[in-house]
Design a protein around this ligand. Structure first.
Ligand SMILES: *[C@@H]1O[C@H](CO)[C@@H](O)[C@H](O)[C@H]1NC(C)=O
Ligand SMILES: *[C@@H]1O[C@H](CO)[C@@H](O)[C@H](O)[C@H]1NC(C)=O
Ligand SMILES: *[C@@H]1O[C@H](CO)[C@@H](O)[C@H](O)[C@H]1NC(C)=O
Ligand SMILES: *[C@@H]1O[C@H](CO)[C@@H](O)[C@H](O)[C@H]1NC(C)=O
Ligand SMILES: CC(=O)N[C@H]1CO[C@H](CO)[C@@H](O)[C@@H]1O
Length: 401
């Protein structure tokens, strides 16, 4: 009796084990859902249906995009998913249709978005090709908010590795209201908009990325971010990196903890910009920023700018200084060349302690080309602390009235 019972239990456990092995992972291939990958057929439906399955099965699932060129319209890979993890393997090229429309999706306009997904692991050497802008700005609403190639909104504990984003219309990668996301070994190609845009997110790592952008920032860090870590990035052309909290609405959230380490800016229009608007209303701070081991290679504009009086409209009242404070910022071991002699420009507002604890430790940037030009380090309403060798010398240039 007893042994029969144990026998029964053994059988039961055996069956459970078999089921567990079988249930461990399901693999969802877009081709099995009818995707053609021939560069002509619209594969949007197959992509969406395959996702519905990968998202709904309670296992460690794989979503596979094999080699091929898949034309897809706007797709939102939306959660919440029942899946424990989703390995999203991209080996093919995912291409937008030329008549790209905008989704007005999760948070902003996206061509491809992932919304409310946890434990997402994107890998592979596939390409997301937004096909650039083919529309007509005189009639298309698209021009107002052109789509980003990839948006991650409300995404948690996820890793994006290896893929390439090419030919975006309005930007490449947007990370919004996300937590614990790493972007690693990702290549970002040319055409419209920003490289990586981060807003209201926590614990975001950008590692070993290569970004080539024409007229926008390689990386833009907007308000509400905490713990942004950027390492081994190469930013070529474009406008460098910006920490930008305009503070115009008064509802912006602070930025705390941004580390940019071991990065190269090559032929960019300037490299590091921290800015808030004049007359801004948000009573917050941009704090704890570290820029360390940075190389400037032939910059085309002012290298480092701290601008608390940012005023693109040129109609900002000077009597109402920015309420967005800048605190605890270190620039360490920064070297390289620029064609623009304006190396460091610190323009702080008139509010008390508008800029506090700004430090420069070892900086040497020389002017390439015309050696008659004297390098400049300008300070307004701020006295940075200096250690090591800082050249041009801190605040050595007279501020223009
Ligand atoms: C763009 O739209 C305008 C107005 O509808 C039209 O006149 C023009 O020919 C279009 N241009 C192109 C390149 O399609
Ligand atoms: C962050 O995500 C990684 C997976 O990418 C996970 O291993 C780690 O535990 C997460 N950390 C936190 C603090 O959630
Ligand atoms: C990006 O697109 C451009 C223009 O279509 C192309 O020349 C280039 O090879 C593409 N890069 C990658 C990595 O696919
Ligand atoms: C300044 O920022 C650094 C880097 O985030 C941090 O380690 C340090 O504790 C901060 N100092 C203060 C006084 O907040
Ligand atoms: C992008 C970048 O600057 N990478 C450098 C990071 O540091 C290592 C070691 O010092 C260099 O070899 C990389 O070129």
């Amino acid at each position: 009796m007893g042994s029969e019972f144990i026998h029964g239990i053994t059988w039961f456990l055996f069956l459970v084990a078999i089921c567990a092995i079988k249930a461990k992972a399901i693999s969802v291939d877009v081709v099995k859902f009818g995707a053609k990958g021939d560069g002509k057929t619209d594969d949007t439906k197959a992509f969406t249906q395959a996702w519905a399955q990968a998202c709904s099965e309670r296992q460690n699932n794989r979503y596979v995009i094999p080699k091929g060129t898949y034309i897809v319209g706007p797709v939102d890979f939306a959660g919440p998913c029942k899946a424990k993890t989703i390995h999203f393997k991209v080996d093919g090229t995912v291409q937008s249709s030329k008549k790209q429309s905008v989704t007005g999706g999760a948070h902003r306009n996206a061509w491809i978005s992932f919304t409310q997904v946890n434990n997402l692991f994107i890998s592979g050497d596939g390409i997301f090709d937004g096909q650039g802008f083919e529309g007509n700005c005189t009639q298309a609403k698209q021009c107002e908010q052109p789509p980003l190639n990839l948006i991650f909104a409300l995404v948690k504990d996820s890793h994006i590795q290896g893929i390439t984003s090419n030919n975006s219309v309005g930007g490449h990668i947007g990370i919004y209201r996300s937590i614990n996301v790493t972007v690693e070994d990702v290549d970002i190609g040319i055409k419209g908009g920003e490289g990586i845009l981060i807003e209201k997110s926590t614990n975001i790592n950008i590692i070993n990325t290569d970004i080539k952008i024409l007229h926008d920032n390689c990386v833009t860090i907007l308000d509400g971010n905490t713990g942004i870590n950027i390492e081994k990035m190469t930013c070529s052309q474009g406008n460098g990196l910006g920490v930008s909290v305009l503070g115009n609405t008064g509802k912006e959230e602070p930025v705390k903890g941004v580390t940019v380490r071991n990065c190269t800016f090559s032929h960019t229009e300037g490299a590091i910009r921290i800015q808030s608007s004049a007359a801004s209303n948000a009573n917050i701070a941009i704090s704890n920023l570290v820029f360390e081991d940075i190389i400037f290679d032939y910059l085309q504009n002012m290298a480092i700018i701290l601008d608390q009086e940012h005023c693109p409209s040129k109609q900002c009242p000077t009597t109402n200084p920015s309420k967005v404070k800048v605190e605890n910022v270190s620039f360490k071991n920064i070297r390289g060349t620029s064609v623009d002699p304006r190396i460091v420009i610190l323009e702080c507002g008139t509010a008390p302690d508008a800029c506090k604890d700004i430090r420069f430790i070892d900086l040497r940037v020389i002017v390439e080309g015309d050696d008659r030009l004297e390098t400049q380090f300008r300070c307004k309403n701020v006295k940075p602390a200096v250690a090591g060798h800082v050249d041009p010398a801190a605040c050595s240039t007279q501020a223009v009235a």
